[in-house]
Write a protein that binds this ligand. Structure first.
Ligand code: DGI
Ligand code: FE
Ligand code: FE
Length: 423
């Protein structure tokens, strides 16, 4: 294999944004690089940890942005640092790449803000020994808050700063000739908190991913609230229903761990999902009439559906969990709905696979699938539910049918073969 030119763009990518790709493309095109590797950090104890998304999600977002941005040939996610529990020093990563790709020529791509502090990094001389440093200029406002010991833009412009650093840490340094741009992950995280649209900066897919997983905007729940609700439900539900509830709560929590959703929130949705089952079906209908909760024809003729809608109402009004995501997930937990969000899917699936469920067809396969591909799992469950209703001459609710059709189309659109899981 002939020697390659490899660009390396390290960072926390928390989250990745289009500016990162601009840097990668500029380096690739100006230096004729064969590949540019995006290398996300693993744990970064020096960063504000609370805002650091799991490397699982940071990697997913890199793949999502690469999949929808034009002109990303030869720009790839390289997962080198995520596996380490230690601090990821750049010199270690560069040494590792050098040792494993000794023939290749390495280019380390950094923003101006980093180069202004580079001489204070740990072993910068190892980085320059093995790689050519490519610097991307930033706007003055983005480099103003430089750490003590760094070179502020008031002191020197970027070229002089590079010369100064080169004097201290000899090596090859070049300034890439792209226009400076203002885009930073921390600004994006702040925009999320203020509810602003971030899709311009990160693309539609990453923007959706962040919303779906509630990244950078996670509340937490009082543990007393859990105990309080558990006590109430234990009194109000039959024992078998209460055991099912605990099973759904814990399964929803496990799925949340797997897919990087806030675990406590998923558990709370699981805990409350069947709260309306403390009433008989007649009582449920009466309660709905009294509180102006409109029921559909389908719900009136199949009253076992009502507890989802009523449960959502009770969640907000009786259990004081006024959380739109949890209420929505409870509302749709029996029939599903098109475009379910991640919590909707977690609850829908957990309800079906929790440990007390038994004697369902292909339950083992559905349980395995739940931890591999939520959308495929939805289809399996919807298929089996429709078949079950059919066998018993029960009508499927229009929402159930709509959801099933929606996800079949959705999977096919994604090029996923579902022919072996449905008939
Ligand atoms: O409340 P759970 O028993 O834990 O589970 P669930 O909320 O999924 O409700 C399941 C019941 O609802 C079960 O008896 C089947 C029924 N069901 C699910 N989808 C439909 C449905 N019944 C009708 N008529 N139509 C549906 O689409
Ligand atoms: Fe239910
Ligand atoms: Fe349930």
């Amino acid at each position: 294999m002939s020697a390659k030119k490899i660009g390396i763009l390290g960072g926390s990518f928390n989250p990745i944004h289009k500016g990162h790709l601009r840097m990668a493309k500029a380096a690739r095109d100006e230096y004729g690089l064969d590949e540019v590797w995006l290398v996300p950090t693993g744990f970064a104890p020096h960063k504000d940890d609370e805002n650091m998304a799991l490397s699982y999600s940071r990697k997913n977002m890199i793949e999502l942005l690469l999949s929808e941005e034009p002109d990303t040939d030869r720009i790839i996610l390289k997962d080198l640092e995520c596996k380490s529990a230690d601090k990821n020093y750049t010199y270690k990563t560069i040494s590792y790449i050098h040792e494993n790709y000794p023939e290749d020529e390495l280019f380390y791509i950094v923003g101006e803000d980093s180069i202004r502090y580079f001489h204070n990094w740990v072993h910068p001389e190892i980085i320059t020994a093995y790689s050519h440093i490519l610097v991307v200029e930033r706007n003055a406002s983005d480099t103003a808050g430089i750490k003590t010991g760094g070179i502020s833009p008031d002191e020197m412009d970027v070229r002089s700063a590079i010369d100064y650093v080169k004097e201290k840490i000899p090596g090859q340094y070049s300034l890439l000739s792209i226009e400076p741009f203002s885009m930073s992950s921390s600004d994006i995280r702040n925009s999320i908190l203020s509810g602003a649209d971030i899709s311009k900066a990160v693309g539609e897919k990453v923007s959706y991913y962040i919303k779906d997983h509630l990244l950078y905007n996670r509340g937490d729940y009082d543990k007393d609230l859990f105990n309080d609700i558990q006590e109430k439900l234990q009194k109000r539900l039959k024992n078998s229903r209460y055991q099912h509830t605990l099973g759904v709560m814990n399964t929803a929590g496990s799925l949340a761990m797997k897919y990087d959703y806030p675990v406590d929130k998923a558990m709370l949705a699981g805990l409350l999902h069947d709260c309306a089952k403390g009433m008989t079906e007649d009582e449920q209908i009466e309660y709905c009439n009294k509180h102006d909760i409109a029921l559909t024809e389908s719900e009136l003729s199949s009253p076992q559906l009502i507890h989802a809608k009523l449960g959502s109402y009770l969640c907000r009004n009786k259990y004081n969990v006024d959380d739109k995501d949890i209420c929505h997930a409870i509302q749709v937990h029996t029939t599903g709905c098109p475009e379910m969000n991640l919590l909707d899917k977690i609850l829908y699936i957990a309800d079906y696979i929790e440990p007390n469920r038994m004697n369902l067809p292909r339950l083992f396969e559905i349980r395995q699938s739940a931890f591999e591909d939520p959308d495929r799992t939805l289809i399996m469950i919807l298929h089996d539910t429709v078949a079950y209703l059919d066998r018993r001459n029960m009508p499927a609710d229009p929402k159930t049918k709509e959801t099933y059709e929606y996800y079949k189309k959705y999977m096919i659109k994604q090029g996923k073969d579902i022919s072996l899981i449905i008939d």
